[in-house]
Design a protein around this ligand. Structure first.
Ligand SMILES: *Cc1c(COP(=O)(O)O)cnc(C)c1O
Length: 400
């Protein structure tokens, strides 16, 4: 590394101000190390992290099997183009396929790229005049222009127009409205099985099954954006299994490589050839480093029974947070699916996030009033209690 000497936090922040585009709101804290569900800042403070890596560090920070696998692969082969075959990519595709609906994989590096691949696949697969994709209000699909256009939230569109044509927005949870929006040009329905950024919104009973039925009746593809719900987050390998409704296309990223960058689209084998040679590509997609990290993450989840642990600590969170809800009138609703947790408040969530941080607990606030927790699936019961005690203290201080 070119770091001759350690910079102070103030000096690091100064460099950001001078040299990094200010498109993020950052906390004035420099993080230097992470291990499991803890991170340390440059002042030596330790934080319990209930939002590790914005959902990417589902196995905690620096999970040892992932670190080991990557270290070993780094000395062997880092990258070759997708004009060659590599064993890690083949094995990774098989591992994902066997744990889902037996589909075929396209690999990329991020969630938005996985969704762009899905959008292109839908258009390539559909016979014209079909090309439109129905997406949902409050949804989130990423920041490239196609995914931004798929994201039915005006705040993300401001100043960007004209957006990509062909997206039709439906209210989340309203099956009749979806049915009314389907016409001769509709090619697909694309949805997050649980809206993440949209506030951990769980669809009403039967909604996803209803979409499956509509898709079948009208010959549409059903695309699940599982960038946040996938890879074990809900206590099942994939969110669709949590609901028992199988999509035709599924997109993955965030936790897929145990904290490294990676993404994938899984597609039913009959449909997969529509993404024909020459029509789509990703230079770094499925590179050996991402692939061995992805395989190590899957292996760790299985060896350490982490799907089961995610369900168990999800239940514990539900119990603790329901108790809190009974005591704190500012808590409107608690939504839990494995280790995907939303606490909807009657007040602005930003001061809660700050108060938690002062007590060395990291949480997120989305949509203004929803405290979102995406903790690691290998969190211990003790850590759940430790964090919930802090949340209780903070909520009660706000109530009183
Ligand atoms: C985070 C997220 C994305 C975007 O992923 P990036 O890797 O930031 O491009 C897309 N869809 C969902 C559901 C997400 O949670």
């Amino acid at each position: 590394m070119m770091l001759e000497q350690r910079l102070s936090s103030a000096e690091i922040i100064e460099r950001f101000q001078k040299y990094v585009i200010p498109n993020y709101n950052r906390f004035p804290v420099v993080i230097v190390r992470g291990e499991g569900s803890y991170v340390w800042d440059s002042e030596g403070n330790r934080y319990l992290d209930f939002f590790p890596g914005w959902g990417c560090n589902l196995l905690g920070h620096c999970p040892p099997p992932v670190v080991e696998a990557v270290r070993e692969q780094l000395g062997q082969l880092i990258h070759v183009p997708n004009t060659w075959y590599t064993e890690p990519q083949g094995r990774w595709a098989q591992a994902l396929s066997e744990r889902s609906f037996g589909g075929q994989a396209f690999f990329c590096n991020s969630g938005t790229e996985a969704n762009e691949a899905a959008i292109k696949l839908v258009r390539l697969h559909a016979a014209r005049p079909r090309y439109k994709i129905i997406t949902f209000e409050g949804g989130f699909h990423g920041r490239t222009l196609g995914s931004t256009s798929a994201t039915a939230q005006p705040k993300y569109h401001e100043g960007l127009g004209p957006l990509m044509a062909g997206f039709v927005y439906a209210p989340f949870g309203d099956l009749d409205a979806v049915a009314r929006l389907i016409d001769a040009e509709t090619a697909a329905i694309m949805i997050e099985p649980i809206q993440g950024e949209g506030g951990v919104r769980i669809p009403p009973e039967g909604f996803l099954a209803g979409l499956r039925k509509l898709a079948d009746e009208h010959g549409l593809l059903l695309v699940f954006d599982e960038v946040q719900t996938g890879c074990g987050r809900t206590g099942h390998w994939f969110g669709y299994q949590y609901f028992g409704v199988t999509p035709d296309v599924m997109t993955l990223s965030k936790a897929i490589c145990g904290g490294l960058a990676g993404g994938a689209m899984l597609v039913r084998p009959e449909i997969a050839p529509s993404l024909r040679p020459g029509m789509h590509a990703c230079t770094f997609g499925g590179n050996p480093i991402a692939a061995v990290a992805g395989l190590a993450a899957i292996d760790m989840i299985e060896k350490e029974n982490l799907l089961e642990n995610a369900r168990r600590i999800g239940d514990l969170f539900r119990q603790r947070l329901d108790e809190l809800k009974a005591q704190c009138p500012i808590i409107r609703d608690v939504r839990v699916a494995g280790v995907m947790i939303g606490i909807e408040l009657a007040i602005d969530g930003a001061p809660i996030v700050r108060a938690c941080m002062e007590r060395r607990l990291l949480v997120n606030c989305t949509h203004g009033t929803v405290i979102r927790l995406l903790p690691a699936m290998n969190l211990s019961e003790e850590q759940v209690h430790q964090g919930c005690d802090i949340l209780a203290e903070v909520f009660k201080s706000q109530t009183g």
